[in-house]
Ligand binder design. Structure first.
Ligand code: PEP
Length: 247
């Protein structure tokens, strides 16, 4: 039985003080213990948030990293540095990074390898554009991203986030059927690349305008193992409602 993972991607929001205040508010709430809860604050808040959460079950992830261990990469942070401060997960290949920072499938693959090498759990984001969906080639696009992401990667603890690009930060959500169909498709492709037994263990989230009002519908789909939440994770009440979707 896969445990659901509900993750908040704060993106480039919240300074240290704001991060701590949000995390303290979240900590004070009763959260569904049947799901894993993860927050991904901006880099400057990671250390303080990890310290604040040391006795809590809320997990902490980074939003990005470089694939090299160290070196002349001005402005970057390495997997070893993240691991060193207690980061557990790292988001890789978010569509905003692909779109604005030229993160290619090749780079995504290198980052996944580096994350696994240093004991970080990658959350690999993939999803089609609106144009691809309108042309009916959304599955080809997702299969292509998935195959390239997994190139040379052995079975490991990874999380996938299906995030149709047209649904991120737009208020448009994929229907629960569309999201369930694509996550099931992703699991089938993983089974083709690896084994069905492994595919059945991989946590596959949905991301794209998840909020308290649609969380239950999405998270109750059989193939969906959680959510990657952007905007709605910036408010403790809203995020807690998503986490407590069943109640
Ligand atoms: C995201 O950042 O991964 C995301 C899904 O954002 P939003 O929930 O705001 O659409």
């Amino acid at each position: 039985m896969r445990k659901k993972l509900i993750a908040g991607n704060w993106k480039m929001n919240n300074d240290v003080e704001e991060s701590l205040s949000l995390v303290k508010e979240l900590k004070s709430k009763e959260l569904n213990d049947k799901v894993d809860v993860l927050i991904c604050p901006p880099l400057t808040s990671l250390y303080s948030v990890i310290s604040e959460l040391k006795d809590s079950s809320i997990k902490v992830g980074a939003q990005n990293m470089h694939y090299e261990e160290r070196g002349a990469f001005t402005g970057e942070v390495s997997p070893i540095m993240l691991k060193n401060i207690g980061v557990e997960y790292v988001i890789v290949g978010h569509s905003e990074r692909r779109q604005y920072f030229n993160e290619t499938d090749f780079v995504v693959n290198k980052k996944i390898k580096a994350a696994l090498e240093y004991g970080l759990k990658p959350i690999i984001c993939l999803g089609e554009t609106l144009e691809e969906r309108e042309k009916g080639i959304e599955k080809d696009s997702v299969r292509n991203q998935l195959t390239k992401a997994f190139d040379g990667i052995k079975e490991s603890q990874i999380v996938l986030a299906y995030e149709p690009i047209w649904a991120i930060g737009t208020g448009k959500t994929a229907t629960s059927q569309q999201a369930n169909e694509m996550t099931a498709f992703i699991r089938n492709v993983i089974a083709e690349i690896y084994r069905e037994e492994f595919a059945n263990k991989v946590v596959i989230q949905y991301g794209g305008s998840v909020k308290a009002t649609n969380a239950s519908e999405i998270l109750n789909q059989p193939s969906i193992d959680g959510a990657l939440v952007g905007g709605a994770s910036l408010n403790a009440d809203e995020f807690a409602k998503i986490v407590n979707f069943g109640n």
